[in-house]
Design a protein around this ligand. Structure first.
Ligand SMILES: [Cu+2]
Length: 433
């Protein structure tokens, strides 16, 4: 077995860069698959471009440090040791170089599957998913290059909790897939370094779970399975109906506010006996995420266009606004749509409309204040009375995100208005009342 350690710059989220430390160039690291009883000659190669030494602790190895002591490897060096796989199971591996939580927190984890002597039962689709947290200096969504924040790690307050190393790594055209009637097996692990996972697939029931990934004992018909940090599980289920099934950590702010959300898209014929009616999940999540990822694509196109424009023509104001609208749409589809609805029409008597709202369009500063500080008490929008509460968003959103989402709602559903600036938002954020 040859495994190469590489320190690589990649995307943690849209517009957010991070220097990942990896086993094999990806987070999680390369999936290693062997059989019980195999004797493995293991080579850990640390790429010459690395800045630090690294090693590997494989939980499937019987021996001091799971191999860590034998594999401490400086940049541009290679270490070798040999082990025999005594126990079947799905095991996490990770770097164990000090400070260990930092090496894991930068992405140094993966899994090794030791199949039982006779192998695992056959399934149609197998997938590899790992959850891990990222302790960035910036808030969730703050753009630019981010680095590891040790204080946040010690306090266990990660801005990001994600599947497979990035927000959106398993959505849109990167979603997992299966056809109606197929059996799906997910090898699910938690790299951590700290958080456990309440792993759940919305709209599915796990026919079989190998709890904590011991492959000799299966549990049946489970909804959510708890996976420890540095641990794993294997889940299996048959997909019976088409649709989008959403993978989450059921500690749900992690899924909706920190990134621990993926998708399994199942195609094929509907079975109206098993499931009939409108697909609520697809509407409240799937369609929004698709809209979000479409809009991310459009944003990339616009960025390229702007770069081209800057070269030939300084008049780029129009494009900048268009880009703010696309970014704002992503904020809206992540945060506001649940109440104000994707079409901006709100819900009668509960959530006021933003589409053609006379109240919204009358006062731009007031709109900024409402998004930042929330709104409580009676108001009238387009002749209809509302008396409810909107939660303040100032802790969740940067000035740029507030400016973008307002630019979006002021230029969608028949509304029109100028772009909002971060200066405008900053001034109102700093007001005490
Ligand atoms: Cu390391």
């Amino acid at each position: 077995m040859n495994l190469e350690v590489r320190e690589v710059v990649g995307h943690l989220a849209d517009g957010v860069e991070y220097t990942f430390w990896t086993f094999g160039g990806t987070v999680p690291g390369s999936f290693i698959r062997i059989r019980e009883g195999d004797v493995v000659e293991f080579h850990l190669n640390n790429h010459p471009s690395s800045k630090l030494p690294h090693n590997i602790d494989l939980h499937g190895v019987t021996g001091p440090g799971g191999g860590a002591a034998s594999t401490f490897t400086a940049p541009g060096h290679s270490s070798q040791f040999t082990f025999q796989a005594l126990n079947p199971g799905l095991f996490v591996y990770h770097c164990a170089t000090a400070p260990v939580p930092m090496h894991i927190g930068n992405g140094m984890y993966g899994m090794i599957l030791v199949e039982p002597k006779d192998g695992l039962p056959k399934v149609d689709k197998e997938y590899y998913v790992m959850q891990g947290e990222f302790y960035t200096t910036g808030k969730y969504g703050e753009e630019g290059m981010q680095s590891f924040d040790m204080a946040k790690a010690i306090d266990e307050r990660p801005p990001y909790i994600v599947f497979n190393g990035a927000v959106g790594s398993l959505v849109g055209d990167k979603a997992l897939g299966a056809k109606v009637g197929e059996t799906v097996r997910i090898y699910f692990g938690v790299g951590g370094p700290n958080m456990t996972s309440s792993f759940h697939v919305i709209g599915e029931i796990f026919d079989k779970v190998y709890p904590e990934a011991g492959l000799s004992l299966a549990n049946h018909n489970l909804q959510t399975t708890l996976v420890p940090a540095g641990g794993a599980c294997v889940v299996e289920f048959k997909v019976d109906v088409p649709g989008t099934f959403v993978l989450v950590d059921h500690s749900l702010t992690r899924a909706f506010n920190k990134g621990a959300l993926g998708m399994l898209k199942v195609t094929g014929a509907a079975n109206r006996v098993i499931y009939s009616g409108k697909e609520i999940d697809a509407i409240y999540l799937g369609a929004q995420a698709d809209a979000g990822s479409d809009s991310a694509k459009r944003e990339a196109e616009l960025k390229a266009k702007i770069a081209a424009e800057i070269k030939s023509n300084p008049a780029i104001a129009g494009l900048t606004k268009e880009m703010q609208i696309e970014k704002g749409k992503q904020v809206y589809m992540g945060l506001c749509f649940a109440c104000h609805q994707p079409d901006g029409n709100g819900l009668p008597n509960i959530f006021p409309p933003l589409a053609k709202s006379d109240f919204l369009l009358a006062d731009r500063d007031r709109a900024v204040r409402i998004v930042l500080k929330g709104l409580v008490g009676p108001l009238t929008v387009n002749g209809k009375k509302f008396d409810s509460a909107m939660p303040p968003q100032e802790a969740a959103l940067t000035d740029q995100q507030v400016a973008d989402v307002l630019t979006y709602i002021f230029n969608t559903w028949g509304n029109s208005g100028e772009a909002f600036t971060t200066d405008q938002v900053k001034a109102i954020r700093n007001q005490t009342h």
